[in-house]
Design a protein around this ligand. Structure first.
Ligand code: SF4
Length: 440
């Protein structure tokens, strides 16, 4: 049985920031015997015009959904044309889709696929393949989401000949103990956190310089930060999200609220003074991570109820003032399956019913009607913050502003590389429509 597995790109042009997709080695390992699997990552390579396979499997994120559907429909059409010409009776290409978007929108996915896999691939993919072999495959397979988190070999054969960013990605767990309303993690893994076998984690990061996502609550955990640095951690990604505690409360970002209120309330009870103190606590957290020689990749979401055009500018100033190595200024994304999507929908605040399919939506646009500014102010404020933060002068200011960003040749090289890639990616994506891939 011939299987072609495709990681779908969100738009036509190729990027420079693609990390190795962890799903490839997992699929390579768990595919039942008697099958040949080829892997394509459309983010870094062109797809063939025609695919001769029994199964085409798509891994789909929400931003790439529109393009995945285009590809699926075209490959199906092309396959039936070829089949009709050759008069090959009974030869039918099967389309199967999995990934985050398939989990959130399985019914939508089934309009473009024969089968949808919902949840972990480890227990849905082998069942699906065995059923195809027996000719009794179903429309939908649901994971129990209980299987152990698989060991991932970053040097697996499926990556041979593919050019990715040379930064190892390690998944130490699935799920999250927090419950931020904009995040899709809880809807994907409702049953809590599954920790990968610690021996496997150690094996994956051995002899590598690595980066990872952390939550703010470990910003003052000196013992852990020291161990991370000693084991090769060079950068941490942190969701700062907002400088306004009222927004953090709306989104349920409890780890950040805990840091902001560390040390208690200001005695005067003055709200402005308290706001300044909370921002100072964020800055102390940053300084403590820098003290451990670890760079910071910060993520901000803008557009929550208390954000204004002015607060976008203040967020930008905060990121530059603190010499963050990288920062994302994202207009709040409304992902399907999240609490936020339900709330926005019930309050009638969605600008598009399904932005990921809408021809009018452009990358960087507001997806909803913010309460304290216009859609244009949100889009333009984030666009300006992104472009200014990634301007050459600002890059140099941040590089030499914090010692950690230019400490030794290695840190300097990583800082420059991630900033140049980030700059190029922002210019490539901002204002572009989703989909519109290779013409087949
Ligand atoms: S945003 Fe981060 S901390 Fe919040 S639920 Fe998602 S993964 Fe957890």
């Amino acid at each position: 049985m011939k299987i072609v597995f495709i990681k779908v790109n969100m738009m036509y042009s190729k990027g420079k920031d693609a990390l190795k997709p962890l799903i490839f080695p997992i699929i390579e390992k768990i595919t039942p015997s008697g099958c040949t699997v080829s892997f394509y990552d459309e983010r870094i390579e062109a797809l063939p015009d025609e695919i001769d396979a029994d199964i085409i499997a798509f891994s789909v994120e929400t931003f790439a959904a529109r393009h995945a559907y285009e590809l699926s429909d075209r490959y199906r059409r092309r396959s039936s044309e070829v089949t009709a010409k050759k008069e090959e009776e009974g030869k039918k290409i099967r389309i199967v889709m999995g990934g985050f978007h398939a989990c959130a929108m399985p019914d939508e996915v089934l309009e473009h696929a024969d089968t949808v896999l919902v949840g972990d691939a480890e227990d849905t993919w082998p069942r699906y393949i065995e059923d195809v072999k027996s000719g009794c495959e179903k429309r939908r397979y649901d994971s129990q989401n209980k299987c152990p988190v698989a060991f991932v070999d970053n040097n697996a054969h499926c990556f041979d000949g593919k050019k990715y960013l040379k930064l190892g990605m390690i998944q130490a767990s699935r799920g999250c103990k927090f419950n931020c309303d904009f995040c899709s993690i809880k809807s994907l893994y409702p049953s809590g956190v599954r920790q990968k076998d610690i021996g496997d984690v150690v094996e994956e990061i051995r002899n590598s310089r690595w980066a990872c996502q952390i939550s703010m609550d470990i910003a003052f955990n000196d013992e852990l930060l020291e161990l991370m640095y000693d084991s090769g951690c060079i950068m941490v990604l942190i969701g700062f999200e907002s400088l306004d505690e009222r927004n953090l409360r709306i989104m349920h970002k409890s780890a950040n609220i805990g840091i902001m209120n560390k040390g208690g309330e200001d005695e005067t009870g003055d709200e402005d003074t308290q706001h300044d103190i909370r921002i100072k606590r964020y800055e102390e957290a940053i300084a403590n991570i820098y003290r451990h020689n670890i760079m910071i990749y910060a993520m901000f979401v803008l557009g929550y109820d208390h954000d204004t055009a002015e607060s976008i500018k203040k967020t930008y100033d905060f990121a530059v003032r603190n010499d963050l190595a990288v920062a994302n200024f994202n207009p709040l994304m409304i992902l399907p399956g999240t609490e936020l999507y339900k709330r926005m929908s019930s309050e009638g605040l969605l600008k598009y019913d399904k932005w990921w399919l809408d021809e009018d939506y452009r990358y960087g646009d507001a997806m909803f009607y913010p309460k304290s500014m216009t859609c244009d102010e949100l889009m333009e404020g984030c666009r300006k913050a992104r472009y200014d933060f990634n301007g050459y002068r600002t890059i140099l200011k941040r590089m030499f502003g914090a010692k950690v960003n230019h400490r030794g040749i290695f840190n300097s090289a990583v800082f420059l590389l991630v900033n140049l890639i980030s700059r190029s990616e922002i210019h490539r994506k901002q204002g572009r429509s989703l989909g519109g891939g290779n013409e087949l």
